[in-house]
Design a binder for this molecule. Structure first.
Ligand code: FO1
Length: 456
């Protein structure tokens, strides 16, 4: 049984028992393993003795996304289809807008179940569908350990105000999700689907922005689970001590997989919890407290993707210092093409462009320097969001929006006032050198660039 606190009735329509099948509109949580929304859909289909169809709508206009992100997502969806097949569940993928396509398939459905999305577009899709279909629609929250409203009913100031609210609920919510056995096989249902087995072919059928090369990171739950195992075995014991050393990379690398729902944070949390030591505690702090603070942020702050999301003190101080003289000013093209005077910053931007990720510690430095070298803080904010959304596999994610906003003072506190930054926390390259070896980090990134160049 799925915990009722994860489930929300989105429209109070009746379950249409005369219709053909139940639909799980898979959207945010693109996995079959530890997926509360899928298991709840199976519960319903067993209860009403109707088949279940898992439906995915492929839209080529997801804001700020390009072929790099779609490739990663489609690699994952191919695995979803294969895993559902093993469980006798039909997977249907259609190209179009979710608002139209889910409405259309709902005409044959007893009920639509979906997972929960947190960004404006996710909420708009769900509201428009729930308001315009005739059958019941339920949302099941499965990409957070503790559902947003169970943690807090308001926007939290920072990790220090949300930590206890989350940690005190872990025993209740960080529990295994048992797999329900489906009673009715739906594989024989006569429903047509786009062929997603050939990723290159389907990518060509979509009108996507092709301004970004594919990442070397492969998408899919199988890769996510292997990465988690490897992380626990090889990196977790040293995570607390070495995670802020970008030249070593002791991070989990799971963030893109979380973004596309290819791995469950409940599962990752349970696996890590079995280990002992400081590494475990630091990882759970990052993966649960900090990540879920980001989801609290985008849920309660409608301006999460703009300068307006910042706390008043941060906006005031940055604007008061807007006319301060900057040591350097770069255009967005210079930033994008790693053409600043700073080798470490350029390496971080290059890492993002080449691989689709940037080490967490360098993300802070990268954002801070965009503030310092842009002539207005609002422009700096928009540029950081633009670059992150375009190149990062996990751009367009609550965690990414919160990460950018943090560089501008969100979830942080005022520090000693200084030029350009005002009371926003400042970072410089000497700070990097005190913590780790940034030259080695930059060497590593330029080595990737040169090896890519050799392949051209
Ligand atoms: N969700 C969909 O339901 N259909 C899509 O075609 C789709 C494309 C897409 C591209 C890039 C991206 O970052 C997200 C995309 N999403 C799409 C959303 C995704 O399923 C998740 O909701 C988000 O990743 C969660 O933040």
């Amino acid at each position: 049984m799925i915990d009722g606190k994860r489930i929300k009735n989105l429209n109070f329509n009746p379950v249409n028992k005369g219709n053909n099948f139940f639909v799980y509109w898979m959207q945010h949580s693109q996995r079959t393993f530890f997926n509360h929304a899928l298991e709840y859909s199976i519960e319903l289909s067993n209860k009403y003795l109707k088949p279940l169809v898992v439906y995915f709508c492929l839209t080529d206009s997801f804001p700020d996304a390009n072929s790099r992100h779609y490739r990663f997502m489609l690699e994952g969806l191919k695995e979803v289809k294969a895993e559902l097949f093993k469980r006798n569940i039909k997977f249907v993928c259609e190209i179009g807008s979710p608002e139209t396509c889910v409405r259309e398939i709902s005409k044959q459905a007893c009920c639509v179940v979906t997972d929960r999305g947190y960004l404006k577009i996710h909420k708009k899709w769900r509201k428009s569908i729930a308001d315009n279909i005739d059958c019941a629609m339920f949302q099941v929250e499965t990409d957070l350990v503790v559902p947003v409203e169970e943690t807090s009913l308001k926007e939290e100031y920072g990790a220090y105000t949300i930590r206890r609210k989350i940690n005190s609920r872990l025993d209740e919510f960080m529990v295994p999700v048992s797999e329900e056995k489906l009673m009715i096989n739906s594989l024989g249902l006569n429903l047509s689907s786009a062929d997603i087995d050939d990723t290159d072919k389907i990518l060509k059928e979509l009108s996507l922005n092709d301004n970004c090369k594919p990442s070397c990171i492969r998408g899919g739950s199988s890769h996510a689970l292997k990465l988690l195992d490897l992380f626990i075995e090889q990196k977790l014991p040293y995570y607390s001590e070495k995670r802020n050393n970008p030249e070593l990379d002791f991070t989990s690398g799971l963030s893109p997989y979380f973004h596309f729902g290819q791995i469950s944070p409940v599962y990752a949390g349970l696996m890590v919890k079995t280990k002992k030591g400081e590494g475990r505690d630091s990882f759970l702090e990052e993966m649960i407290v900090r990540r879920e603070l980001s989801f609290n942020f985008v849920t309660y702050n409608p301006f999460y993707d703009s300068f307006d999301c910042l706390p008043q003190w941060a906006k005031n101080t940055l604007l008061e210092h807007e006319n301060d003289k900057r040591p350097y000013i770069y255009t967005s093209e210079e930033f994008e093409n790693s053409l600043t005077h700073d080798r470490f910053w350029n390496a971080a931007q290059l890492e993002l462009v080449l691989t689709g990720k940037m080490h967490g510690y360098m993300r802070m430095y990268w954002g801070k320097k965009i503030i310092e070298w842009t002539d207005s803080p609002k422009k700096a904010f928009n540029l950081a969001v633009y670059l992150n959304n375009k190149y990062a596999l996990d751009g367009r994610d609550p965690n990414s929006f919160a990460g950018v906003a943090w560089c501008f003072g969100k979830h942080d506190r005022p520090w000693k006032e200084r030029p350009v930054f005002g009371k926003i926390r400042y970072m410089n390259s000497n700070g990097l050198k005190r913590k780790f070896n940034p030259d080695l980090y930059a060497d590593n990134i330029y080595a990737i660039k040169n090896s890519n160049h050799d392949l051209d």
